[in-house]
Design a binder for this molecule. Structure first.
Ligand code: HEM
Length: 438
């Protein structure tokens, strides 16, 4: 939808990034359950901001609702802003943009491939990469847990799951991280690098099958052709990486600034699962990323929606919407839609939770005296409409030199003035052996 809608509110820029919940509350008050928004300059969408309405969209796909964006794409102007959206909402033959039987076929491939990875193996891999990355900055006493940790751990992991040697993860990391907040030229270069990584990956697995995600996908009974295989793998890393990075860092930032969580490693009051669930409900990483389209004109919770108009489900707003009817579906019971719902609900929710919990646990366990380097209000959030995403997560901790011969894993390089009191710091967490450098 490109025509200007009076009253449409910007879903990008610093004002939205600094306080998205204030914007959702204002939209609710002004428009009710579905609101008009501008998602990038000159491009508009309907935004579903109510829990019941979000369920109506997501659990009714196939009848009124479709995931196929092609009719909408045909209406877009030839502008940088519109082209910039194609990475997120441009049609590709994969499960995210398909309906009906095509959707089921594509989705089964991804679900079946994830089911081949035993949780203990996933946990061991995350632990291996987490420890390797933490070791690189553990002696310095400070780190940016977005750039030096979360953005690297997820891509190392996908590279390994796909069956490539660790040496190749630099190419995947450089290309995908290169797309984050990139200028159009940098974005083009990063896209080309990513394409090269994917085509080398597929070529290598056609030549030499292995015990890995790519091989399982290529040999799945669904018999994907080359193009379909490429897009399904791209979706796996594309849909998996950004929300995982944000789930990990949003949870760590919340843990470190909330006494309920910070005390719990020592007193055992709350587990990491608790902070994960709170972040999924109140600050889900896929904040406004549920693209849907209607198959015929409909009046939906008070707004007219026509085919070829974009509808985005705001999982973040739906989760926090006040319940209107006490007996209806509601999120204040602890339920949430952070993984979507219905046919297109995230097929990797369980592995994603395991990966995030392990990555968070390694940081909290291995870095004593961990705290934010700036007050939480000063953290910088990225400005896009779709994700709730920190630009950086600067932290300090007591420097540790885990590999120094003759010392325990927890020997401090120097006493740290930043170590919080025992009551609020995981510093006194029971020591755990740092694994040997591999
Ligand atoms: C291993 C990591 C992950 C992978 C591989 C993954 C993959 C996918 C895929 C393939 C889909 C499309 C499903 C379909 O259309 O049938 C999907 C949907 C979705 N995922 Fe995930 N995901 C991951 C982690 C996450 C995380 C951490 C979140 C949020 C906290 C998340 C939230 C969602 C949501 C909200 C949808 C529905 C989108 C929609 O309504 O169109 N995912 N995911």
């Amino acid at each position: 939808m490109t025509t200007y809608i009076p009253g449409a509110v910007r879903l990008y820029g610093p004002e939205f990034a600094n306080d998205p919940q204030a914007v959702y509350a204002m939209l609710r008050q002004q428009f009710g359950r579905v609101a008009p928004v501008e998602i990038t300059p000159g491009i508009y969408s309907h935004l579903v901001i109510d829990y019941r309405a979000a369920l109506d969209v997501t659990t009714n796909s196939g009848e009124i609702w479709s995931k196929d964006p092609r009719a909408w794409q045909a209406t877009l102007p030839d502008t940088d802003a519109a082209r910039g959206l194609m990475g997120m909402i441009g049609y590709r033959p994969n499960c995210l943009f398909s309906d009906g039987q095509a959707h089921q076929r594509y989705r089964r491939v991804i679900s079946d491939c994830f089911a081949m990875i035993p949780p203990y193996r996933m946990r061991a891999l995350v632990t291996e990469y987490a420890d390797r990355l933490i070791r690189e900055f553990a002696g310095t006493g400070r780190a940016d847990l977005v750039g030096q940790y979360a953005r690297l751990i997820t891509l190392h992991l996908f590279n390994r799951l796909f069956g490539r040697p660790d040496a190749d993860s630099a190419a995947l990391t450089a290309s995908l991280n290169g797309l984050v907040d990139a200028s159009p030229e940098q974005g083009e270069a990063a896209t080309a690098k990513f394409g090269q990584y994917m085509s080398e990956l597929l070529h290598s697995k056609y030549q030499q099958p292995g015990d890995d995600f790519t091989t399982w996908l290529l040999h799945h009974p669904a018999a994907l052709d080359h193009d379909e295989a490429l897009h399904e793998l791209t979706l796996t890393v594309g849909a998996g990486n950004e929300p995982l990075v944000n789930l990990i860092t949003n949870s760590i930032s919340r843990w470190l600034t909330n006494a309920r969580f910070a005390a719990s490693l020592t007193d055992g009051a709350l587990s990491i699962q608790y902070v994960l669930q709170e972040v999924l409900r109140e600050e889900p990483s896929m904040a406004n990323y549920g693209p849907y389209f209607v198959t015929r004109p409909v009046e939906f919770h008070g707004r007219w929606i026509r085919p070829a108009e974009l509808v985005l489900v705001s999982y973040a707003a739906a989760n926090t919407a006040p319940a209107v009817r006490p007996d209806g579906p509601r999120s204040d019971t602890g339920a949430h839609l952070a993984f979507g719902a219905g046919d297109h609900r995230c097929p990797a929710a369980d592995p994603a939770l395991l990966i995030a919990a392990t990555a968070i646990e390694r940081i909290l366990t291995l870095l004593p005296g961990l705290r934010l380097a700036v007050p939480r209000e000063e953290l910088v959030w990225r400005h896009g409409p779709f994700h709730r995403s920190l630009a950086e997560l600067p932290v300090t901790f007591t420097p540790v030199r885990p590999d120094q011969p003759g010392e325990t894993p927890w020997t401090s390089s120097s006493p740290s003035p930043s170590t919080p009191s025992a009551a609020t710091s995981p510093a006194n967490a029971p020591a755990c052996a740092w694994p040997a450098t591999s």
